[in-house]
Design a protein around this ligand. Structure first.
Ligand SMILES: NC(=O)c1ccc[n+]([C@@H]2O[C@H](COP(=O)([O-])OP(=O)(O)OC[C@H]3O[C@@H](n4cnc5c(N)ncnc54)[C@H](O)[C@@H]3O)[C@@H](O)[C@H]2O)c1
Length: 377
């Protein structure tokens, strides 16, 4: 007989796979058929970015029909302004219309906005439905589609509503980047530079002197493969032991302290990676000011960002807005600043005591660094 006091403890095992799958929509490539459990006579809800549909829709439809599976296709427009609860509701309506059963995986084909939306919809639909991701942007391949987080923006705040619900499978096909414009490749490069600076000096070396080429070739070739693999290795090494973010000191938050506010305030001007790049540049200046990074290594980082076509400063980045941005990130990090800063290239420390005068000084230091000849590409 209980005394009116119950404690429930349960554990959830999480297993998901991220797999290289070149030519993912080639008729004889079985990776997607296995991941989405395509069986003849069944149907699948396929949510696709509109631009991706324009370029690759034919191949996707042929793939499903070739497996004698009926694709119910929902096309969504990409871009940050479309990352809304209304879009999640559209996916849920499409799931109803497709008469989706509880264990039928939804297939998501698109950039980070689309995979975040489908992930959130899948986590809500029947309180959790499986889904499979095929990322089609560089940011998706190395970041958005390899982790567990889903989200929509809410009331002007970036990713304010979201869940942790990884896809059972993510299939990586660099070839899909062929149709993506260079600006969006640069956008993904920001997340790769992030991993290089705080975690992987070898990745930094792979990028240095080759960034513009990697962007132009859309990471085709052996160097592109190594860059993508190292970026994902580093990312998953950081995420796996902290998938639900119980630990709020996260190295992968480098470049994501000031950028959420900068990204939202500048909408639609700055892409996610562009705002991250502006934050990386400022964080490097903070690290130089603290004696953690040499000015020469900060200049090398700025040169990498610029070689990817990324901005390293923006007019909205005055101390008042940056201080407010830090206050919001501090709330997000449970009341601690936890600002990841490079401690030499390839290593990271966390700052918890940044003051407004120091932040102001660092914005000025960044301007001086940018005037140095070495900051140019
Ligand atoms: N969940 C996470 O952990 C995580 C991590 C990083 C970023 N993100 C999120 O990712 C989003 C940014 O992702 P994004 O930059 O991929 O944005 P996006 O999904 O809006 O795609 C960018 C643009 O590229 C187009 N596009 C996509 N693939 C294409 C292709 N292969 N060919 C031609 N055009 C194509 C889209 O139509 C869109 O216009 C942000 O909302 C960010 O918050 C999430």
């Amino acid at each position: 007989m209980s005394h009116g006091d119950w404690t429930v403890r349960a554990r959830q095992d999480v297993v998901y796979r991220v797999t290289d799958a070149p030519d993912v929509f080639a008729p004889d490539n079985g990776a997607l058929a296995r991941a989405a459990r395509l069986e003849p006579g069944t149907s699948r809800l396929v949510v696709m970015d509109e631009n991706v549909f324009a370029h690759h829709g034919h191949a996707v439809l042929a793939y499903f029909l070739g497996h004698r599976v009926t694709p119910h296709v929902l096309r969504l427009t990409g871009g940050e302004s479309r990352k809304t609860l209304a879009a999640v509701e559209r996916i849920a309506r499409a799931a109803d219309a497709a008469r989706l059963a509880r264990r039928d995986p939804i297939v998501a084909v698109g950039g980070g906005v689309l995979t975040d939306l489908v992930g959130l919809a899948a986590s809500l639909y029947r309180r959790g439905t499986p889904y499979v991701r095929v990322p089609t942007t560089l940011i998706g391949l190395v970041d958005a589609a390899v982790g567990a987080k889903t989200a929509v923006n809410f009331r002007g705040h970036k990713n304010r509503l979201g869940t942790y619900h990884p896809a059972t499978d993510t299939l990586l096909d660099r070839g899909l980047l062929r149709t993506l414009d260079e600006r969006h490749i640069g956008n993904g490069m920001a997340e790769i530079v992030k991993m290089a600076v705080i975690k992987d000096a070898t990745l930094f070396d792979l990028l240095e002197g080759h960034t513009a080429d990697l962007v132009r070739t859309r990471l085709a070739g052996e160097r592109g493969r190594q860059v993508m693999h190292r970026a994902i290795d580093g990312m998953l090494e950081e995420l796996e032991p902290n998938l639900w973010e119980h630990e709020l000191c996260r190295a992968v938050d480098f470049g994501h302290t000031f950028s959420p506010a900068v990204e939202m305030v500048t909408q639609p001007e700055l892409l996610h990676g562009e705002a991250v790049s502006v934050d990386i540049a400022l964080s490097c200046a903070l690290a130089v000011d603290r004696g953690l990074l040499t000015p020469a290594d900060a200049l090398r980082t700025l040169a990498l960002l610029r070689a990817a076509g990324l901005p390293v400063r923006h007019r909205v980045c005055e101390p008042g807005l940056l201080w407010e941005a830090l206050a919001d990130s501090t709330r997000h990090r449970g009341g601690e600043q936890n600002i990841p800063l490079p401690n030499g290239l390839g290593k990271c420390v966390f700052a918890g005591d940044l003051t407004l005068p120091e932040l102001t000084r660092s914005t000025e230091l960044l301007l001086r660094l940018l005037d140095e000849p070495g900051a140019a590409v």
